[in-house]
Design a binder for this molecule. Structure first.
Ligand code: ADP
Length: 157
C-alpha cells in the first residue's frame, strides 16, 4: 500500500491542485493532502476553510484525505505513514524552488522521497495568488477554480 503526502498552502485550492490530486489518486493507494497552517503568505482563508474548500472539490474520489498540519512536511509525511511527498510542477520557476526544497527535505529525512508531478498544460499558469489578484480586480475566475471556491473568493472580497 503506497501512501503519498501532498503539502501546500492551498489558499484556496484551484484546478491545478485538484488535477494533481486526482491524477495522484489513480497512481497511489492513498493521497493525504496537508494544508499547511502557517505559510509565510498573506492568507485569504483560515486553515479550516482551506481544508473544507479542498474537500468539497474532490467529491467522488475516495482515497484522498485532507488534513491540516504544522511543522516540517517530511515529519508530517512520516506521521501519516506516507512513503513520499508529492509536489506539483509548473513550467519554469517552480523547478528551482521545488528542487531546493526537495533537497533540504531529503537531507533532513532521507527515508522520505519527493515526487514531482507535471502540471497539465491547461493549468500551467494557475497560481492561487494570481487568481485572488485578478478576482480582486473584477475578472471572472470561473474556469480556474470550482464554483464553490469562486463563490467563497467573491464573498471574501
Ligand atoms: P500556489 O503556488 O498556487 O499558491 P501552493 O503553495 O498551495 O500553491 O502549492 C502546493 C503545491 O501545489 C506545490 O507543489 C505547487 O507547486 C503545486 N501547484 C500549485 N499550482 C499548481 C498548478 N497550477 N499545477 C500543478 N501544481 C501546482
Amino acid at each position: 500500500m503506497v501512501r503519498v503526502f501532498y503539502p501546500g498552502s492551498f489558499d484556496p485550492a484551484h484546478n491545478g491542485h485538484i488535477d494533481v490530486t486526482s491524477r495522484a489518486s489513480e497512481l497511489f493507494d492513498e493521497v493525504i493532502v496537508g494544508v499547511y497552517e502557517a505559510p509565510p503568505k498573506n492568507l485569504m482563508f483560515t486553515t479550516g476553510e482551506r481544508v473544507e474548500l479542498f474537500k468539497d472539490s474532490l467529491t467522488g474520489i475516495n482515497n484522498v484525505q485532507i488534513i491540516p498540519f504544522t511543522g516540517l512536511a517530511p515529519d508530517q509525511a512520516r506521521r501519516v505513514g506516507a512513503k513520499a511527498i508529492l509536489r506539483g510542477l509548473r513550467a519554469g520557476f517552480d523547478f528551482e524552488q521545488e528542487f531546493e526544497m526537495a533537497s533540504m527535505w531529503r537531507n533532513l529525512s532521507p527515508d522520505i522521497d519527493v515526487i514531482c508531478m507535471m502540471s497539465s498544460l491547461e493549468h500551467q499558469f494557475l497560481y492561487s495568488s494570481r487568481i485572488k489578484e485578478v478576482a480582486r480586480l473584477g475578472a471572472s475566475i470561473d474556469n480556474l477554480v470550482p464554483s464553490h471556491v469562486a463563490e467563497a473568493i467573491k464573498e471574501r472580497l
